[in-house]
Design a protein around this ligand. Sequence first.
Ligand code: ADP
Ligand code: MG
Length: 320
Amino acid sequence: MKSDTLVIETENLTRTFKNVVAVDGLDLQIQQGEIFGLVGPDGSGKTTTIRLLTAIMDPTEGWARVAGFDTVRQPEPIKQRIGYMAQRFNLYGDLSVWENLNFFADVFEMAGQERQERIERLLNFARLNEFRDRRAAHLSGGMQKKLALACTLIHTPQIIYLDEPTTGVDPVSRREFWDILTELHLQGITLVISTPYMDEAERCSRVGLMYEGQLIVCDSPENVKKMMRGDLIALWPSDMRQAQVLLAGLDGVLEVQTYGDQLRLFVDDEVQTRVRIKTTLSAAQIDILEMRSTRPRMEEAFISLVQRRRAEEEHAEVVT
Ligand SMILES: Nc1ncnc2c1ncn2[C@@H]1O[C@H](COP(=O)(O)OP(=O)(O)O)[C@@H](O)[C@H]1O
Ligand SMILES: [Mg+2]
């Protein structure tokens, strides 16, 4: 695997729609062979970013270079080198698995021996060989995603963009899909993937957190987790709402996040704060069903970073 080769580079990459800044001043560098994850809430600009990097859409400001080519002036050589699995990809439901692959082989003008070999290889690779004659519409959700990926790979791209490829797919199929992505990664292919799933973000070499069109963090999963302040306590109170309000204002509590039936508290001194938590809750007659220290995951790290960004914005509004 080659490294230190820049395959994607952007400067001030910006895309505006009327009054929405969908992508806002992105400075991004992705090396060959990376699995780069884009995460962020709905509407934060992930799909628009991917579309800009596939040379499908032009930026309103700034530029992007992909495999050394400018996305606005040289879209054709880029399209030959990339595969793009859109958030709503188009398979032909009436066509069989095999026919779908042939359709995409036509689109990329593949011919002869190489074409048939490639299709057979992809059928095996995507574990779809025994379903080759089944209509795409009759495949399970997970198998449809694998077929879409196989179609994306038909012309042996160097870079693959996957826009939420596993959203709505069951956990077993998600894992299998990632096994396939790992094989592509081992072949040295660069993967750019957007996902709402934090366990998937954790498998990327680097992740970029998007928020309102901006990349607010871009680092390895390990370093993102290190950005967390203080220690983390997981707490199951008998009254979530009231406990949340009481503890948010408590000395030593930096931040409170809710997570299902538990509160996740970032604290600056765990031992002292635990005592204060117990005293405060017991005074309000709230029981502690369980309390334990825990390590932050990507999920907490991202929620925390987004909350911090929101707080900064509110502060800026008050000041100006
Ligand atoms: N073609 C478009 N026309 C107008 N607004 C758009 C268009 N595409 C995206 N947007 C807006 O840009 C923002 C970012 O959207 P998108 O890139 O789809 O985010 P994500 O993929 O993270 O959900 C949203 O506010 C969305 O409504
Ligand atoms: Mg999207």
